[in-house]
Design a binder for this molecule. Structure first.
Ligand SMILES: [Zn+2]
Length: 341
C-alpha cells in the first residue's frame, strides 16, 4: 500500500509540470479568444453628445509604449475621443534643475512623439496633465526638491510662496507643452491640496496680504493659469474642481478664474449627487460656461482593495449620466474623463 502511494506521488510529480504546461496553453488560448472577441465589440449608439476622454495615470505601473499600439485602437473602438495623460515621473524632464525628476524607465521624447502619433492615428485628442499644487509627490519626494514642501514631513503639496516654485512649475509646463505640439489643452491638476498656508513663509504672506487659505489657493492657480495664457494663448486650461467646492460663490466670481480655466468635477462615489449635492452643480453652472466631469471605472474605493467592485463603478457612471441629463441644457458639458489607473 505504502509503495503504491509512493508510486502515485512520483507520478503526480511527473504530471505536475505537464498539468501546468496544459494550463498555460489553456490560458494563452483563452486570451487569444478574448482578444478576438474584443475585435467584435459593438458599441451601442448612446445618446450622449459629450466627448469621452480616458485618464492615463502613469504613476505606479506605466505601460510600455508598445502596449499603446493595442490599447489606443481598443479605446477608440469603445468610443473614446481623447486621452488625459498624467506622466508624473514618466516624462523625460531635462535641464540642470529638472533632470533629477524622471524615473529610470521614463519615456524618451521620441517615445512621447510615438504616443502622440498613435493617438492621432486613432483620432484621440491628447491632453497632458501636469500637477501644479498638490499631488507633487513624484517631485517633492526627491531630496533635491524637499525644500519646496509646504509641510516638511509630507511630499504632497508645493509651497506656493517659495520663489523657486513658479520657476520650476513653469519649466515643467514648458517642456510638457513643447513635447505635445498638437495639443490645444492642458490640465493643471490642483486636486486634494491637503496643506495650504501651513509654512511660516505662507503664513506671513497671508498676514501681509490679508488672505484666507482659499484666497491663497486661488492666487496660486491664477498665477499658474495666467502664466500659461500669456505664453500659450491658444491653450485651454483644465483643472480638478475639489478645492473650489467649499469656496463661496462670490469669492469664485470675484476671482475671475472662470475666464482662465475650465473645471473638471470628479467624484467616484456610487451616488454622486447625494455626496456632492445639487448646490455645487448650481454654483458651478452659475459661474462656468463649460464643465467637465470625471468618473472612475476602477480604484478609488480604498487603498487596500484587491478587486474592483464592478457594481460600484457602474453605479458611479449611471449617477453621472443622470447629472448629465439634468444639466446638459444649462451648461456645456464637452466631455467626461474616465479614470484609468
Ligand atoms: Zn508655504
Amino acid at each position: 500500500m505504502k509503495e503504491q502511494l509512493l508510486l502515485l506521488q512520483k507520478k503526480a510529480l511527473y504530471l505536475l509540470p505537464l498539468a501546468l504546461f496544459v494550463y498555460t496553453w489553456y490560458l494563452y488560448f483563452s486570451l487569444i479568444k478574448a482578444e478576438k472577441q474584443n475585435e467584435k465589440i459593438e458599441v451601442p449608439n448612446l445618446v450622449f453628445e459629450a466627448k469621452r476622454f480616458v485618464h492615463l495615470d502613469l504613476k505606479g505601473a506605466p505601460p510600455k509604449v508598445s502596449y499603446y499600439k493595442h490599447l489606443f485602437p481598443f479605446l477608440a473602438k469603445l468610443g473614446t475621443n481623447g486621452l488625459l495623460i498624467e506622466y508624473e515621473d514618466m516624462f523625460p524632464y531635462s535641464g540642470d534643475t529638472l533632470k533629477h525628476i524622471p524615473a529610470e524607465n521614463a519615456y524618451t521624447l521620441q517615445e512621447i512623439a510615438t504616443i502622440n502619433s498613435l493617438a492621432e492615428e486613432n483620432n484621440l485628442t491628447v491632453i497632458p496633465l501636469v500637477q501644479t499644487f498638490g499631488h507633487l509627490e513624484f517631485l517633492l519626494k526627491l531630496k533635491k526638491f524637499k525644500f519646496l514642501r509646504e509641510v516638511p514631513k509630507y511630499p504632497q503639496v508645493i509651497c506656493p510662496t517659495h520663489n523657486m516654485t513658479l520657476h520650476i512649475l513653469s519649466e515643467m509646463l514648458r517642456q510638457v507643452i513643447q513635447a505635445h505640439p498638437k495639443s490645444t489643452m492642458i490640465h493643471i491638476g490642483a486636486d486634494e491640496v491637503y496643506h495650504i498656508g501651513e509654512c511660516d513663509r505662507c503664513k506671513l504672506d497671508m498676514y501681509n496680504h490679508k488672505l484666507t487659505n482659499q484666497q491663497l489657493f486661488i492666487r496660486h492657480i491664477k498665477r499658474i493659469a495666467s502664466h500659461i495664457k500669456l505664453r500659450y494663448p491658444h491653450i485651454k486650461i483644465l483643472m480638478w474642481d475639489d478645492e473650489f467646492r467649499n469656496i463661496p460663490i462670490e469669492e469664485l466670481q470675484n476671482s475671475g478664474l472662470n475666464a482662465l480655466v475650465e473645471l473638471v468635477i470628479w467624484k467616484y462615489a456610487s451616488n454622486v449627487l447625494s455626496e456632492v449635492g445639487f448646490e455645487l452643480f448650481n454654483k458651478y453652472a452659475d459661474i462656468f460656461k463649460t464643465l467637465w466631469f470625471a468618473s472612475a471605472f476602477k480604484g478609488a474605493t480604498g487603498s487596500n482593495k484587491y478587486l474592483t467592485s464592478i457594481e460600484h463603478h457602474v453605479s458611479n457612471h449611471e449617477s453621472w449620466m443622470e447629472i448629465y441629463k439634468r444639466y446638459k441644457a444649462k451648461i456645456w458639458l464637452p466631455a467626461t474623463i474616465n479614470n484609468y489607473r
